[in-house]
Write a protein that binds this ligand. Structure first.
Ligand code: SF4
Ligand code: SF4
Length: 340
């Protein structure tokens, strides 16, 4: 395992991190085993979020007593000062620590969210205060919108940026990473498996290892998966013509029919939570049917308000047939909910 400095944060991290959404579907004992396996293999960066159910608690349990040997990254989705303040304190308690190494503003893609976060009484006030008080060391941001991410980098408010990167979502390579490097920011890559769409770890990491200063955050829910990815990192990276052809095969097969979570389609004036509902099949793949239906209840129930006006479709830069896809996702959710 190689270790690199995360931009100019002063944080040294393993070349591949651990994305901690999938551990929510494990028991505490299983989650601790998977997390400790990653640590034993040399992974030192663990990335979670306040909103990932009990993920922070499981990380706190796994690393109790060896806190100083890992780098903890978490996120707040709150846009207001009071909410972010409460999230930070809750994350500290759950993670069993007195400081968070990297606190990220979670999924900042919309202008209205950016204005709320950076405006009076916005979340950034709480974050700056927490940094002054020593509760957090560095401030980062995560986004799914390339235009917003570029804008966020220009503000100079953040030391790291986390954006999707995989061989079917590679915009960041040309449109975001050069600027982040110029500003000496740490670069984190979410969704190395395309948010669950890519099932060949060898191809995913062959692609990602071409960018040695970008830290991917794969999610793991089994020790075997950790072993597999670490083994890939221990081998030489050869991107053969066959590998390139296989990647191209996935691109052709998936075409444009998947949601990149850029949120251009929102808001829906009928209250449909479009982006999260577009991702329901991926959520469902990550947890049991009953858990997925419970977790996604609010977003999926909002789909019932869709009047198929088509306005969101016009705004989607990828031309997705949104109402039709939402209908399919609602049917899947109903099927899962009946099993509760
Ligand atoms: S098609 Fe449905 S989801 Fe899209 S804007 Fe209209 S009501 Fe909202
Ligand atoms: S449906 Fe289209 S516009 Fe909406 S988040 Fe997904 S990719 Fe973006």
């Amino acid at each position: 395992m190689r270790y690199i400095m995360l931009g100019k944060t002063g944080l040294e991290v393993s070349e591949v991190g651990f994305g901690a959404i999938p551990i929510i579907r494990l028991s505490a004992t299983e989650a601790v085993m998977v997390l400790r396996r990653a640590f034993d293999h040399g992974i030192t960066l663990f990335d979670t979020a306040n909103m990932y159910l009990d993920s922070e608690e499981k990380i706190g349990l796994a690393f109790n007593g060896i806190r100083s040997r890992i780098v903890l990254a978490t996120k707040t989705f709150k846009r207001d000062r009071a909410g972010a303040e409460a999230d930070i304190d809750l994350s500290l308690r759950r993670l069993r620590t007195d400081h968070i190494d990297l606190l990220q503003i979670h999924q900042l893609s919309l202008t209205r969210d950016y204005e709320a976060v950076t405006g009076p009484d916005g979340a950034m006030e709480a974050v700056f205060r927490a940094k002054q008080d020593g509760k957090i060391r560095c401030i980062g941001v995560t986004s799914h919108s390339i235009e917003m991410a570029v804008k966020l980098l220009e503000t100079g408010l953040f030391s790291t940026v986390q954006f999707p990167l995989n061989f079917i979502e590679s915009k960041a390579v040309e449109e975001l990473h050069p600027l982040a490097r110029q500003k000496e920011m740490g670069i984190l890559a979410m969704k190395p498996f395309g948010g669950g769409l890519l099932d060949r770890a060898d191809l995913c990491f062959k692609y990602l290892r071409q960018f040695p200063d970008v830290i991917p955050l794969p999610g793991f829910d089994a020790v075997g998966q950790v072993d597999q990815v670490v083994a890939i990192y221990e081998s030489e990276n050869v991107v053969s013509p066959e590998a390139l052809a296989a990647m191209e095969g996935y691109r052709t097969e998936l075409g444009q029919q998947f949601c990149r979570r850029c949120e251009y389609c929102q808001p829906c004036e009928h209250g449909v939570m479009i982006t999260p509902a577009m991702g329901y099949p991926i959520i469902a793949r990550r947890m049991s049917d009953a858990k997925a239906a419970g977790f996604a209840k609010k977003m999926m129930e909002s789909v019932r308000n869709c009047v198929e006006c088509g306005e969101c479709e016009e705004r989607c830069p990828y031309g997705l047939p949104i109402p039709e896809m939402l209908k399919r996702h609602l049917a899947l959710y109903e099927q899962h909910a009946r099993g509760i």
